[in-house]
Write a protein that binds this ligand. Structure first.
Ligand code: NDP
Length: 329
């Protein structure tokens, strides 16, 4: 029998999450029956979506939702032999009894020298989000100017690098000087700390006086109001996330974007990465190639210890991470 640890959402978050909203539980897993396997988590992911999804997809008492890279340690399913690695939506658990649904094998030709943790980052859901937001939503073209916020995070750092690969000018904003230095290291043309600039409007104008063709939106709220006003005519805005809103207890209000959208004839489209799932295999291979060619660099902010997951989650929501926030069991 395998003993599993899991983190439970003890009660729904009110505002910013607190330690007391989480509870660590122990559970004995039964032996796998025909078609079943037991997974052992190796790396787990903490992501912003867990905050808004906790409200709409979870009940108090549920295991926290989330994805992990796991190793098959017992198997009664020939598709997943002992020793193979999978990416699974198992939630915040150390061990999972699975029937093979909701898990995907890590790419067959995953290189030995690339950590499997990247399957939760640049070569996983956040990387795909960056790629599809740029290619499918913005339809970005060489020579265009792109703005991305939360730019030093899992999605944003990949957005900027893909846009550079595509021959664009890239402006990024992030919440610390260390993050700004990282963006410059990654090849962003301009980067600034949105927390310390005296005027966001001036910072955006200085970075690109002619405005922006594309805006990859991760933050929402007041940043968005200022950025939309800096778009060029026929600009495209990919609404990927709104992290500045996720912990609000009451909705924020305007300024509203309508006049800018009308007079500049802007296109603004929200999206979920899952829309292009049918392209994932080819897309992941493409990004793995960029990584191996040194065109896509990916920092990780690694927290060691499953017991530290709530702290890592809250830390990520507060901007502690440079690159992808990962938990190593
Ligand atoms: P990150 O790795 O970027 O981590 C979150 C970052 O958000 C923090 O490091 C912090 O960076 C920034 N942040 C936190 N609070 C605020 C705030 N109040 N104002 C401005 N910035 C803030 O996370 P991801 O890359 O995983 O996600 C980025 C965005 O993409 C999120 O909004 C997420 O919900 C969205 N997303 C959407 C998907 C989709 O399918 N549509 C899929 C995946 C992600 P800083 O220090 O710079 O403030």
């Amino acid at each position: 029998m395998v003993q599993a640890k899991s983190w439970i959402l003890k009660k729904h978050f009110e505002g910013f999450p607190k330690d007391t909203d989480f509870e660590l539980k122990l559970e004995q897993l039964s032996d796998p029956k025909d078609g079943e396997i037991i997974l052992e988590a190796v790396f787990l992911s903490v992501d912003p979506y867990m905050r808004p999804y906790s409200r709409v997809r979870m009940q108090a008492g549920d295991v926290m939702i989330g994805t992990q890279v796991a190793k098959v340690i017992q198997s009664n399913n020939p598709s997943f032999p002992v020793g193979c690695h999978v990416v699974g939506r198992c939630g915040w658990r150390t061990h999972t009894l699975s029937d093979g649904s909701d898990i995907t094998k890590v790419l067959n030709d995953w290189p030995q020298d690339v950590s499997l943790s990247h399957a939760l980052g640049a070569i996983g859901m956040p990387g795909l989000t960056a790629l599809y937001g740029l290619e499918e939503v913005c339809a970005i073209k060489p020579g265009e100017t792109l703005l991305v916020n939360a730019a030093a995070g899992a999605v944003g750092s990949v957005v900027g690098q893909i846009a550079k690969i595509k021959g664009c000018k890239v402006v990024g904003s992030a919440g610390s000087d260390e993050k700004v230095a990282y963006l410059k290291e990654l090849g962003f043309d301009l980067a600034f700390n949105y927390k310390t600039v005296s005027s966001l409007e001036e910072a955006l104008k200085n970075a690109s006086p002619e405005g922006y063709d594309c805006y990859f939106e991760n933050v929402g709220g007041p940043f968005s109001s200022v950025a939309i006003a800096q778009m060029k005519a026929f600009g495209r805005i990919a609404v990927c996330g709104g992290i500045s809103l996720y912990n609000d207890t009451s909705p924020q209000t305007g300024p509203y974007p309508h006049l800018h959208m009308i007079f500049k004839q802007l296109k603004m489209e929200g999206f979920l990465v899952g829309r292009w799932e049918h392209k994932n295999k080819e897309s992941l291979k493409r990004m793995l190639t960029w990584m191996q060619e040194g065109k896509l660099k990916c920092k990780e902010h690694v927290t060691v210890g499953f017991e530290n997951m709530p702290a890592a989650f809250m830390g990520m929501l507060q901007g502690e991470n440079v690159g992808k926030a990962i938990i190593k069991v």
